[in-house]
Ligand binder design. Sequence first.
Ligand code: HEC
Length: 158
Amino acid sequence: MLTFLVIVKPIPFIFWGATFAMFLFFGCAGDGHGLDENGNPIGADGGGLPVAFEPTFPNIQTKVFSAICIECHVGSQAPHGLRLDPENSYASLVHVRSAEQPALFRVNPGNADESYIIRKLEGGPGITGGQMPLNRPALPQDTVNAIRLWIAHGAPQN
Ligand code: HEC
C-alpha cells in the first residue's frame, strides 16, 4: 500500500506542474491586452515600445482617424480614395494597395515596416507626397507606435 502511494502520488503534481509551465510559456503571447503598469505592451512582437493608448483598431479610429485624418480623408473626394471615417476605414486600409506605391499595402497585417501608412506617418524615406497628416503637426511617436503594434498583432478589426 505504501509503495502504491509513493508511486502514484507524485503524478498529479507532475501533471499540474507541466500544465502550469505551459500556461507560463504560452499564456502571455502578445495580443494587445497584456499591458504593464505604464500601459506599455508586454511581449515579444515590438514589445517595449511606448504607446499612447492600447493598440486596438477602435482606439486608433477614435483617437487618430476620426480626430485628425477625416478632415481630408472622407467622402468621394478623399485623396486616393482613402476614406478614414469609421464606416470605411478598415476596408480602405487592410490588404489594400497604396495608390502612391502599389508595391506596398496601406496596412500589411503583421508587418508594420512594410505598411505604407507607417511610412507616411513617420515621413520615412521613399514616400511619395508629404508626411501625414499633411501640413499638420506630425503624430507623436508613441501614437504611431500604437498603430505599429496594432499592425504587428495582425491588424484585427476589434
Ligand atoms: C490636410 C489634408 C490631409 C490630412 C489631415 C491627412 N491627409 Fe493623408 N493625404 C492627403 C493628400 C492630399 C494625400 C495625397 C498626396 C500626398 O500623399 O501628399 C494623402 C495621402 C495619404 C496616404 C497615401 C494613400 C495611398 O494610397 O498611397 C496615406 C496612407 C494617408 N494620406 C494617411 C493619412 C492619415 C493616417 C492621416 C491622419 C493621421 C492623414 N492622411 C491626414 C491629405 C491629408
